[in-house]
Design a protein around this ligand. Structure first.
Ligand SMILES: *Cc1c(COP(=O)(O)O)cnc(C)c1O
Ligand SMILES: [Zn+2]
Length: 562
């Protein structure tokens, strides 16, 4: 039973944003039947409600996003699939605000949702709408957080979910989706290729495809952030009865759903007379994938797609923003705003800074927004008196590996993946080893931790077909590798005397050893510089925790023999 037993009034229509044709709410529509426009917006008729009565009703409800249910695209509230998402706190920044000289900096803490990102909003609205339509199987393509949130809500609603991920998505994220029972499909390709493949899969199997920006539910869900911010600022600033808009809303942008939804939310509230003005929107992207920023700086209304995003922040790797950029650009032209990009390294550093100064730990995709804020304050675009709200979009939650075992993913190789594919193949030990499997006889393990080295050696040798040699540091390793010419080197990075970085440099510089494949196993959190240094030098990078797991190594061995 849903806690929302009152029926919601049927006063919703869809409107084509191009020719303004009004259509009844039909979530199966893939565009305007009149002009072919792909983006339809939900329109609500609040005329029959007295806005003051509505506000009073809202204040008696639970503080989740369904308190605004009259402006959400659900016709019967019995279909709502909810876990109390939304209603996240608006935290006043102290340290960061002071260091930037800002008087009113607020952090909308979207980490505090059921799956720890603002995609919980999208999941509760989209899955409720699909549940209402009677959908029982769904395909989604995601760089992580959408699929995790959908997986959780699909589990609750009894909907089977096929989640397609680009292979650079952090393994923990894919694993979490699998934990909720999603069918996880990992694609060795870019996010845009992954979306294309998921769409083809959905078509061929006749399964419903969640279309992201083109879906009404996604924008309507994101808009609830605007309603909450206005309501929360209204209280904070004691601005009488009306709610209050901030001067700025800032977010790290990939597909653009968040800011587009938030912009729509403020526009809607202004029409209802709930707020008197609209905030400027600050969109921040990663330098290695910044199609919107590039178009903005050139004054273009259509963004040129980035075909091969080069950021390790996969959550922000939408290379082709399509119509989303036009919508955002239109908003910014009318209401103000700015687009800027920041480096991965700045994001990682700022993530630490934020944890240490505000007690707020965020994933790099979120840290990108804070770097953008710092830049926009320094450039004078954001002023000291401005009321600024930051979408603190996500917290990384990893799931206990032991719960799941290791048969949770399938890999699909695209036939035409270009050979200048992503800089570091992190997609898993198995796929990297596939490239060399048939030739492996001798393996050199360079590892100063004797227990770890012995475990690898024991398991490989138990199969009887490998000669495994051990070295305890880089210097020993280089010498032994030159003599023995192994088929594969598995090495640690942090070792006494000569570390792994130096050893790899020496091996690659020497024609006798330059072609030997290298797998790096490390417990170290690599900096962007260190990753760049290894890029192109090694065949696989593994975090130690996962490699030392005996089952995982065993599955590697099985793979080598299959
Ligand atoms: C999805 C996501 C973004 C980007 O959101 P869009 O509005 O779709 O561009 C930023 N940060 C995190 C943590 C996300 O999950
Ligand atoms: Zn139209």
């Amino acid at each position: 039973m849903s806690p929302y037993s009152q029926p919601v009034a049927p006063h919703i229509e869809l409107e084509c944003i191009n020719c303004h044709t009004r259509l009844p709410l039909d979530r199966n529509l893939s565009g305007c039947p009149q002009c072919g426009e792909v983006i339809l917006e939900a329109r609500y008729d609040l005329g029959r409600f007295h806005v003051a009565d509505w506000l009073a009703a809202i204040q008696r409800r639970q503080p989740d996003l369904w308190r605004y249910r009259e402006v959400l695209p659900i016709t019967d509230s019995a279909h709502i699939v909810s876990m109390g998402e939304g209603g996240t706190p608006l935290i006043k920044s102290t340290a960061l605000a002071a260091s930037l000289g800002l008087k009113h900096l607020y952090i909308k803490d979207e980490r505090q949702g059921p799956t720890a990102s603002f995609k919980d909003r999208q999941a509760t609205v989209a899955i409720s709408a699909l549940h209402e339509m009677g959908v029982n199987e769904l395909v989604v393509a995601s760089t992580g957080n959408v699929a995790i949130a959908y997986a959780a809500y699909c589990a609750r609603a009894g909907i089977k979910l096929w989640a397609f991920f680009p292979s650079l998505t952090p393994g923990e994220k894919m694993r979490e989706a699998a934990l909720y029972g999603a069918e996880v499909i990992k694609i060795t390709g870019t996010y845009d290729q992954t979306k294309e493949l998921a769409a083809r899969f959905a078509r061929s199997k006749g399964i419903f495809l969640d279309r992201g920006i083109k879906s009404v539910a996604a924008i309507e869900a994101m808009k609830t952030m605007a309603y909450e911010i206005a309501e929360q600022l209204g209280y904070e600033l004691e601005d009488g009865k009306r709610w209050r808009s901030p001067d700025w809303f800032l977010q790290a942008v990939s597909g653009g759903m968040g800011p587009i939804g938030v912009g729509k939310g403020f526009q809607e509230m202004k029409r209802f007379g709930l707020v008197s003005k609209l905030p400027a929107i600050g969109a921040v992207q990663a330098v290695g994938c910044a199609p919107m920023v590039e178009a903005f700086e050139r004054g273009q209304r259509i963004a040129t797609p980035v075909e091969h995003p080069s950021t390790i922040i996969t959550a922000l790797a939408t290379g082709n923003p399509g119509r989303a950029y036009e919508l955002l650009m239109d908003y910014v032209r009318q209401n103000g705003g700015h687009f800027t990009s920041v480096t991965d390294e700045e994001a990682f550093k700022t993530s630490l800074l934020l944890a240490r100064t505000e007690g707020i730990s965020v994933e790099p995709a979120t840290a990108v927004t804070f770097v953008g804020l710092i830049r926009m304050v320094r450039e004078g675009i954001i002023k000291p008196d401005d009321v600024v709200v930051i979408n603190c979009s996500g917290h990384t939650v990893s799931v206990e590996k032991q719960i799941l075992g290791d048969h949770w993913q399938q890999t699909v190789d695209l036939p035409d993946t270009p050979d200048y594919a992503p800089p570091l193949p992190e997609e898993g030990l198995l796929s990297a080893l596939e490239q060399v499997e048939s030739q492996i006889h001798r393996i050199m393990v360079v590892e100063d931790n004797t227990d770890a080295a012995r475990l690898i050696q024991r398991i490989l040798q138990s199969r009887g077909s490998y000669e495994v040699y051990l070295a305890h540091n880089g210097a020993e390793g280089v010498q032994a590798i030159r003599e023995l010419k192994p088929d594969l080197v598995i090495t640690d990075l942090m070792m006494p005397d000569m570390d792994g970085f130096k050893m790899i440099d020496l091996l690659k510089a020497d024609p006798r050893t330059a072609t030997i494949p290298i797998v790096v196993v490390t417990a170290k959190d690599l900096t962007v510089k260190e990753r760049a240094r290894l890029s192109g030098q090694i065949n696989l990078l593994l975090q130690k925790g996962s490699f030392i797991d005996e089952e995982f190594v065993q599955s590697l061995v099985n793979k080598l023999h299959s």
